[in-house]
Ligand binder design. Structure first.
Ligand code: ZN
Length: 150
């Protein structure tokens, strides 16, 4: 088990466009394992590789239904709109109200290198969009209608 340090807002890596993973090597598998450990240690719902200082298109999410490992995730379809409260492990102490699609369909590679499609609604849809934004250097405070300091 290895827990990475989570980088905070102000760190340039959070503003980079992360690069696609071309090959799922043992190093990528280790990255996925350690990102999951980091996510659970931080009690978050999702974590993108730039948040641990690695500008690669890798995301882990667990909104309470088990771990999802997403490599090179892309949104295929968005439906509806819903505003809700959101936070981020890289922006401790801040929450914001963010409007996002209510339902999204994504595709990604799993750690076996298979292309999988997933549907997300509610918190999962929000997590997909929040984490994929991280891969493009976008933070929730950029798109929040309002933010609150706790
Ligand atoms: Zn975040």
């Amino acid at each position: 088990m290895a827990v990475y340090q989570i980088v905070k807002i102000g760190s340039p890596v959070l503003r980079e466009k992360a690069v696609e993973v071309k090959l799922i090597t043992p190093a990528i598998e280790k990255l996925l394992n350690n990102m999951a450990d980091t996510l659970y240690a931080a009690e978050g719902l999702g974590l993108a590789a730039p948040q641990i200082g690695v500008p690669k298109r890798v995301v882990v999410i667990d909104v309470g239904d088990g771990l999802l490992e997403l490599i090179n995730p892309v949104i295929l379809e968005k439906r509806g709109n819903k505003a809700a409260a959101e936070g981020c492990l890289s922006i401790p102490g801040t929450t914001g109200e963010v409007a996002r699609a209510a339902k999204v369909r994504i595709q990604a590679l799993n750690r076996q290198g298979e292309l999988v499609e997933l549907m997300g609604e509610g918190v999962l849809a929000r997590a997909f969009q929040h984490e994929i934004d991280h891969l493009d250097g976008i933070l929730f405070v950029d798109i929040a209608r309002k933010t609150y300091r706790q």
